[in-house]
Design a protein around this ligand. Sequence first.
Ligand code: SF4
Length: 303
Amino acid sequence: MRCYELGLGLRGAPAPPRQERLSSDPDTAVLAEVLAAAICHSTNWDRLRASVGRAAGDPEWFTAHRLAGLTPAEFQRAFGDGLAADSTFAGRHRLFTETAALVAAGELRLDWLHDAAPRVGGEGGIYDRLGRVPAFGRDPEQKKARILVQELCRTELIDPVDPASIRPAVEYHLIRLYLRTERVLPTRAEDLSKLTTPTTFRAPVIGRVRRAVESAMYFTASAAEISIPHLNQIEWQVGRSYCVRGNPRCSGPADPGKPCDETVLALADGGRCPFADLCAANADGSGLARLVEPQLSSRHDFY
Ligand code: SF4
């Protein structure tokens, strides 16, 4: 019911703008999207994309062979301003160079551009192929693979024959948003109270939450009469710019450090959160607004 109500509020949302490519050379742009997605866990997506885009501006340098051999110092110089300087750095360097090496060796083929009819679902589709790559395949909920497919579509680098197979990419901003808007809630009261402070949960528990959010996204998109990638793009922005982890910005404005595109701004009446009139957390003014997404132990590199 909550999915239906919130989905109705999104009806007529303008189509998302075309995303700028990371390189004017299409093959370099695909490689850049793949490598950005491979290391996109727990980081600021805009900064990461900007740093990869800067590096990809030089297609002579930005080749899979060259990138596979980057030392940690070279990786830091090229992409450091897009990455958190924390304990995740070494793991990101490994994922990045491993993925570039697979491309260089031809074990991960990026010929989607040259396929007259790229398919995302089913055996041999893009999700299936990415599932065999460690950076993408370790996550049972395929967050990075799903982000990548959506980015390739937004940049018009691919135009799949099976757009209905494009799946939601569920990450922590969306989980927080779906909890606060009461579209997904734990059934046990003790689990609900644990979600009022950042609490670490085991990966299988978080996997169940992510699958529940995914189902709720399908209900919401159906009520909104928009596609899954369109809904994903809108709600990810609402989650990270309005429904922030600290005090949610129900009355606006959006977090200026995480700007929203015109699709979301068109829905934001007077600069308020697009869900301000429909959201249970805004109406109740206390309990639900304090909920935060469950945390995953830092040894995982896909959330
Ligand atoms: S109204 Fe407030 S609590 Fe609800 S989704 Fe928007 S920012 Fe989050």
